[in-house]
Write a protein that binds this ligand. Sequence first.
Ligand SMILES: Cc1cc2nc3c(=O)[nH]c(=O)nc-3n(C[C@H](O)[C@H](O)[C@H](O)COP(=O)(O)OP(=O)(O)OC[C@H]3O[C@@H](n4cnc5c(N)ncnc54)[C@H](O)[C@@H]3O)c2cc1C
Length: 416
Amino acid sequence: MAYSGFRLIREALTGHKGWKPAWRDPEPQAHYDVVVVGGGGHGLATAHYLAKNFGKTRIAVLEKGWIGGGNVGRNTTIIRSNYLLPGNEPFYELSLQLWEGLEQDLNYNAMVSQRGIMNLFHTDAQRDAFRRRGNSMILHGSDAELLDREGVKREAPFLNFDNARFPIKGALMHRRGGTVRHDAVAWGYARSADRYGVDIIQNCEVTGFKIENGKIRGVETSRGTIGAEKVGVAVAGSSGKVMSYAGLRLPIESHVLQAFVSEGLKPMIPGVITFGAGHFYVSQSDKGGLVFGGDIDGYNTYAQRGNLPVVEDVCEGGMAIMPMIGRTRLLRMWGGIMDMSMDGSPIIDRTPIEGLYFNGGWCYGGFKATPASGLTFAHLLATGGPHATAEALRFDRFEKGLMIDEKGAGAQPNLH
Ligand SMILES: Cc1cc2nc3c(=O)[nH]c(=O)nc-3n(C[C@H](O)[C@H](O)[C@H](O)COP(=O)(O)OP(=O)(O)OC[C@H]3O[C@@H](n4cnc5c(N)ncnc54)[C@H](O)[C@@H]3O)c2cc1C
């Protein structure tokens, strides 16, 4: 069923009786050409592009829980292409361009809203670093603008410009960045993949791999063995655990990241704002809640809930730049498991096992990457070789010393 304004009016006039489930609920078949493990944003996007761009139809996405129950439905919804390094920026720019046409591609309203991102800076040295980043973004086809203090005041006059410790001196503005309704991305990709014939199988946990003579033959699951020519793993925070079933140890640690939503307020925050002297980022949802977050909790865990010291740290960051939110009540908070790689950048690559491919290491920035991750992982699965924009995102960079250390924090995920 195609969605359209006409369809909406028709259903409204006929009691909404004609809507159909957005995707089927099929039984797993015995064998597929490609099995994608993980029904998060990246797994579902991979299935969509495999079917759409490469004409593959015998595909299954296996999800241990429900579609949208992982990080794709837990993030703070920010999309952007404001990276510095050549290994990263072209990839995130490709992703942003795909976001720009996504709703037409999927025939689904994902509420892509390019409301802009302002990264505040508080020192002269930080201004220089942001100027350099902005130049890199422009050179890679993205957009960037350096705002001075007055420029920031015009965009967000309510900020605390004269904080004694962290005066706001300006911001790097990225107008094409913004937010997307996160779970609509999972639903949109799921629905589109299903329409191409992909089987989306929920409540199906992968518990092992079938490997014969160094070649993948399929997966063991909670619903039986499923054969496959190729298997692509995109399980985000569970990367280390799932790949250990194939005897592989990854340069990845799992950490928790929390998100927060306040009670609904009148519209006040124009786009996304990030604090430059601590870890705090905020936007306002269409329902009025402030959606905000900060740093990871800093210890290894597979638990999807966080701890109080980070709550305090995040709220302090918020109070430093916008003390007016001090009396706002927090409505909800939750955690998600981050697959933190050793240089803070992702991995999309084949593995030493023939036919087994890996997509992960997204740290806390993988939502914005969803379309490009799906597109380039589909390319890898279909052709066996890396997509041009994902060439740097390989395992061997750790062996060769070609790290994509965007933050200069080295191999310390707790510092990213
Ligand atoms: C609080 C928070 C805030 C964030 N904010 C942002 C942001 O603003 N911008 C941004 O770009 N990124 C953000 N991120 C990061 C982003 O959400 C993730 O990097 C990205 O969603 C990970 O990819 P995914 O969608 O495929 O993951 P997931 O949705 O987690 O998908 C992985 C799926 O694999 C499934 N799975 C695991 N093990 C198995 C198994 N054995 N068998 C079958 N299935 C399995 C899981 O159930 C899960 O559904 C944030 C993350 C969190 C938690």
